[in-house]
Design a protein around this ligand. Structure first.
Ligand code: M6R
Length: 366
């Protein structure tokens, strides 16, 4: 049932080329620069009229929600906020009329996300679900939604659901942008094309498994890790850190790279591995200077870079190369090696990766 792999987590990491294909199957309209999302049929008026979006989720689903915020504002130009479902629920949040509330949940059963969605609905929001498990409570109670079709995720650490969530949020953004006239056909086409290439590109990255295991050998005894990224890859940094801490029990923090100088840079010394996500995207030069700041304090850097990057290999300790894609999709590709790094470190430390201590796959209590 683990498909010949030692753990469900590894199986689920390795099957991402096919789960991403399933998530996109029949949904991409390349010539039109658009998408077809059956789950949103009949919602055009609400989607066109929405003045703002609020995204609700927990853990990894909150991280994909953050990428959703960047996507919806950058590409569809809709004011968007992301909230921890547990906070939104109890803080007497104001939900303005014509708000679209998107509940993201792999399981569809997370209590905080469910109740946050109910709260938004009760205040008049139109609710959408982005869920993997078919037939759960969240998809039953939302007005409409999109399934991931990534297949059951068994490992407690979410991997394939995360990458499929980001793909669904990208498709939703294309749909909204085209519907509202904020995304042109030609720009839409560029993103759809990039989406279509993703499964192949993920398969390329997965071939580096041995290389990443070797890196894990080298860093498995570290006590702390820092993960940095900017723009679309700031949430990817948070997600990389969460993967490591939940399965290997190593303390790890994710930060927007430029925030370092407001505090966390004090932590850096030669014993602190710093994972920097630095693909050739719109903020590359900015991240580049943050890398110099870390180097100047003796930090040891593992950088996730674009395949054709010639600058960073001579500056940092290790580079992990990922294929080029649309800026908005870089966090998907960058997450794959970080999933593998967390996995191998946890295995080398003898941790129970599929069932980490203190954690449950589905958190149905608040
Ligand atoms: O099923 P959900 O997506 O609602 O679950 C949300 C979180 O509990 C979940 O992402 C959790 O953080 C994972 N252990 C992360 O790997």
């Amino acid at each position: 049932e683990r498909g010949g792999y030692d753990h469900f987590m590894l199986k689920e990491i390795m099957e991402q080329p096919s789960t991403l294909r399933e998530t996109m199957r029949g949904r991409l309209l390349e010539d039109e620069g658009s998408v077809k999302l059956g789950g949103l049929t009949g919602m055009d008026d609400e989607l066109r009229q929405a003045k703002r979006v609020v995204i609700l989720g927990c853990g990894t689903s909150w991280h994909s929600g953050l990428i959703g915020e960047y996507l919806l504002e950058d590409i569809a130009r809709i004011p968007t906020e992301v909230e921890y479902a547990s906070e939104f629920r109890y803080r007497r949040a104001v939900v303005e009329p014509e708000t679209l509330a998107i509940a993201i949940s792999q399981s569809g059963e997370t209590a905080d996300t469910l109740w946050a969605m109910r709260e938004a609905k009760q205040q008049g929001a139109t609710t959408l679900g982005v869920v993997n498990a078919v037939g759960g409570t969240i998809p039953r109670e939302t007005d409409a939604g999109i399934y991931l079709h990534a297949g059951p995720e068994i490992g407690v650490a979410s991997t394939k659901a995360f990458t499929s969530q980001v793909v669904v949020l990208t498709m939703m953004t294309i749909h909204l942008g085209r519907l509202r006239g904020t995304l042109s056909q030609s720009r839409g086409r560029e993103i759809v094309r990039a989406l279509r290439q993703l499964p192949e590109q993920v398969a390329e990255i997965l071939k580096m498994d041995n290389e990443i295991r070797a890196l894990a050998e080298q860093y498995k005894d570290s006590k702390n890790f820092l993960y940095l990224g900017r723009g679309y890859n700031f949430p990817a940094a948070l997600e990389g850190a969460l993967k490591l801490k939940e399965i290997s029990y190593i303390h790890a923090e994710g930060y927007p790279a430029a925030e370092m100088k407001h505090g966390p840079i004090a932590l850096i010394d030669e014993n602190m591995p710093v994972v920097v996500i630095a693909p050739r995207d719109g903020v590359y030069d900015k991240v580049r200077s943050n890398i110099d700041e870390v180097k100047a304090r003796g930090g040891c850097i593992i950088a996730v870079v674009s395949e054709d990057d010639e600058e960073l290999a001579g500056v940092v300790e290790h580079v992990i190369r990922i294929p080029r894609t649309h800026d908005a999709l870089t966090p998907i590709l960058a997450s794959i090696p970080l999933q593998l790094l967390a996995y191998h470190i946890a295995v080398l430390r003898g941790a129970n990766v599929d069932q980490p201590r203190n954690l449950a796959k589905s958190v149905t209590v608040e």
